[in-house]
Design a protein around this ligand. Sequence first.
Ligand code: ATP
Length: 239
Amino acid sequence: TGKREILKVQDLAVSYGHIEAVKGISLSLNEGEITALVGANGAGKSTALLAISGLVKAARGQVLFNGKDLIQLSPHRIVEGGVAQVAEGRATLTTLTIAENLALGAYTRKDKAEIAKDLAWVYSLFPVLKQRADGLAGNLSGGEQQMLAIGRALMTRPKVLLLDEPSMGLAPLIIQEIFRIVQEINKTGMTILLVEQNVRQALRIAQRGYVLETGKIVLEDTGANLLGNPKVVEAYLGG
Ligand code: ATP
């Protein structure tokens, strides 16, 4: 079908002490697509993302990025390699300005002209960040902080963007806006792994999706098929 697999997770398992939060999952991302990883609170979605980005240690498994295993690399090497995560809860540096937060995303890069281009792109995606560039990140609303966290990850110029519940805690209109921007970022060719409890919205914009239940993948299909799957409808879309 001409689709190229850019990231492949194989038999990934993660434990916290005696609790196995992720129980040997396998999934793959096609280059240029949005892949959704959905499931209920506590299913293990965040843990899977943290393991892919090296922030928690996997008990077993592989994360192949363009065929190369990332699992032993440190988080900053994974980012430099082209896989950037936007953490749940956003984690912007609230005592720095918006411009300073964005600059931090690019701090290991040396290509000044390209950094300037990416900054212009981020500001075009999120005009509010440009308007308030010299303001403190701590004064932004929740939705704006989510935008800043996404913008900062984009400043690393990733090949794969991992988004952990970008809609969490936001008002419905802001959620619409965030999902629209995720699609816009994807249209530039960016590969995205979107972790969401907001199952309906995530599957609407995803080409493929995986459903995680208590640490295991129980369904995988196109986003459209999952939206119409009676099991998904019953368990996640309110019947
Ligand atoms: P949420 O949407 O709440 O983030 P999730 O699907 O992302 O849910 P995880 O946060 O990955 O799920 O949690 C999976 C399981 O691991 C849960 O049972 C959770 O209680 C447990 N867990 C998560 N983080 C830790 C931790 N640091 N120490 C111990 N147990 C943890």
